[in-house]
Design a binder for this molecule. Structure first.
Ligand SMILES: Nc1ncnc2c1ncn2[C@@H]1O[C@H](COP(=O)(O)OP(=O)(O)OP(=O)(O)O)[C@@H](O)[C@H]1O
Ligand SMILES: [Mg+2]
Length: 383
């Protein structure tokens, strides 16, 4: 086709190929049989295949095997809907995985029959790196505050150890360890030391794991664990604000798949926010509960975190999920907590919802997919 411009004629087919070759995203087109019939230079460069290898290749080879079943389903859906935007994973020739955002359009003939798809694929590696650093930055900001609580909590077992050492010092130096009062005193001191050391180890391990957990590791997660660890880490703050906690969640009942540290990060922020919202209130109750529900034909856990705090005005409710949106004084809040929580939950195929009544309280609902109880005991992670 030709276009008139300043009286000159322009060959749009060469314009089209220049545009395609310089387009910053990968573009490809697939026929009814799933054969790649068109691709641009960017696709060549990023995927590492030669032009000859790519042309005619089955689209299946372009995707990481672990996502193929989902892609296949999406391919059937798109034939009905005509357009779709999804995230997926490409596998390069050398096996490297590229997370991509795909925008696919269906091209039909005049009778409406399917001819081919046309897909623009955006490389998400940089964006994912930025999201990881944001999650890590949010984690580090939380760590500073948590460390203060942990240091406080270390004082209790330390005081016990000091008491035990006083008990041991009081023992006569030539103690006969065969069943007298001195023996009982020694056993009691040893028990105190051991229990205190275990408490301290638990505190420091959770804090260390939380700080370290940058790399995502998706494994079976019993929601009991991240919820209780978050309550444990925030124990100091919860007691300080005199919050009454109700958490009737039972161990090994609510399994999902994900990164335990990141899920813990979500709950840490929700509990910390609830404590802040209840600080000026007379009644301070935090309740956590889980129920199962069906969303889009799939089973999900709905973990509800409810407080009796100040609540959030209706016009503020969507804004709180935006980065740097905070009502807290400088140095107290960065306004990243909920936006990070939303990023983490989206990565876990979940969601976060909010309902609130100003003056009465707020409930955040964390939605996460239900996964069956793991059968492999090595992967159970039961402490
Ligand atoms: N449970 C709640 N009750 C009332 N307001 C809340 C609640 N949770 C969040 N908010 C409001 O949403 C804002 C954003 O929360 P978010 O967790 O994203 O950031 P932040 O708590 O202010 O800072 P950060 O989490 O980075 O320390 C808060 O400043 C607060 O105004
Ligand atoms: Mg917060």
């Amino acid at each position: 086709m030709f276009i008139k411009s300043d009286g000159k004629q322009i060959d749009t087919s060469s314009l089209f190929s220049t545009l395609m070759d310089n387009f910053p995203d990968m573009i490809h087109s697939v026929d009814e049989q799933g054969k790649i019939i068109f691709f641009n230079r960017r696709a060549n460069d990023l995927l590492g295949y030669t032009e000859n290898e790519l042309s005619g290749m089955n689209i299946r080879q372009l995707y990481a095997p672990e996502v193929w079943e989902t892609v296949k389903k999406g391919f059937h859906e798109i034939k009905q809907s005509g357009e779709k935007r999804v995230e997926s994973i490409f596998a390069c020739k050398d096996g490297t995985r590229i997370p991509v955002e795909l925008t696919t359009l269906v091209i039909r003939d005049k009778q409406g029959a399917f001819v081919q798809t046309f897909t623009i694929s955006r490389d998400l590696r940089k964006l994912k790196e930025m999201q990881d650093s944001m999650i890590h930055a949010g984690r580090l900001a939380a760590v500073g505050e948590l460390a203060a609580g942990v240091v406080h909590d270390l004082n209790n077992p330390l005081a016990s150890i000091m008491l035990a050492s006083t008990l041991l010092k009081q023992l006569p130096s030539n103690t006969d360890l065969t069943g007298d009062a001195s023996n009982d005193q020694m056993a009691m001191a040893c028990n105190i030391i051991q229990e205190s050391a275990e408490t301290m180890e638990h505190l420091t391990t959770r804090l260390r794991d939380f700080m370290r957990g940058v790399k995502e590791q998706h494994t079976p997660v019993d929601l009991f664990d991240p919820i209780n660890d978050a309550l444990f880490i925030l124990d100091y703050r919860i007691k300080n604000v005199k919050v009454q906690v109700s958490c009737p969640i039972i161990k090994s009942k609510h399994w999902t798949t994900g990164d335990r540290n990141q899920i813990e990060q979500v709950f840490l922020n929700l509990f910390a926010n609830a404590c802040d919202a209840m600080t000026p209130c007379d009644i301070r109750k935090l309740s956590v509960d889980i129920q199962q529900e069906i969303v889009n034909d799939k089973p999900f856990w709905r973990c509800m975190v409810s407080d009796t705090g100040e609540g959030i005005a209706p016009q503020q409710q969507e804004k709180v999920f935006k980065a740097f949106e905070t009502t807290k004084p400088r140095g107290k809040g960065t306004g990243l907590g909920l936006s990070i929580a939303r990023t983490i939950l989206t990565e876990h195929n979940g969601n976060i919802l909010l309902s609130s009544e100003p003056g009465k309280g707020t409930t955040f609902s964390v939605l996460l997919p239900v996964t069956p109880l793991p059968t492999d005991p090595v992967r159970l992670h039961i402490k």
